[in-house]
Design a protein around this ligand. Sequence first.
Ligand SMILES: O=C(O)[C@H](O)COP(=O)(O)O
Length: 251
Amino acid sequence: MTEKPLRIVMVRHGESQWNHGKLFCGWYNCPLTKTGENEARQAGKALKEKGIEVDAAFSSLLLRANQTCDLILEELGVKEDVEVKRSWRLNERHYGDLTGQNKVVAVAKYGADQVKLWRRSYDVAPPPISQSNPYYTQIQQNKVFVDVPKEEFPTSESLKMTTDRSWPAIKSGKTVLLAAHGNLLRGLIKNIDNVSEEDIINLNLPTGIPFIYEFDKDMKPTKSLEFISDEKIVKTGLEKVKDQTTKTYVR
Ligand SMILES: O=C(O)[C@H](O)COP(=O)(O)O
């Protein structure tokens, strides 16, 4: 029988180029910014300071999460020892036809309530990506996704769809590092902590700050969403996520 994880150190990838540009990213494969790389290194250092050793690591097929995972393992000094299991099931939610659009511009075009519904609701998916979307071909034909079963390759996903396909990818280990994506992790948190559909709307996650979940033998959480960072840094990180749909158009 598969041994269940006792502790999962989750981390949303560090700031990506498209986070910086406030663009809907989803399955588009963009790298971290220098700030994002620093956030990932800082995350690794924070875990090391806490004496947290990981013995298994999971990530998506997307560069921004992979880079974050590698930098954390490097800071922990275990990059050569811990194999990273990568799965499309841990990819960010597919943002459909919003992919590539600026979030501030989207609010002006569709209204704040509609954009919030797409970004934060549990079961509303954005409109499917159309062939005229400038990123359609890059995503659909990205060789990195060659093993995604055709019938499961999404064209857009709600948080629920994302969560349903993600959970089976996290299998065993004692302390598992999961370097993934904002919405993927929001969905897992909803499932683990039984967060209601109303409350999940208000849950944001900062980039590059690790947080811990611990489980008993029945996989009931004994520790939830404990950030490894000081409160002020977490608060600033959360403000940055909220600012994605407001303020300046930075591209
Ligand atoms: O795919 C994206 O654009 C980001 O990873 C998450 O963006 P969000 O905070 O708008 O959901």
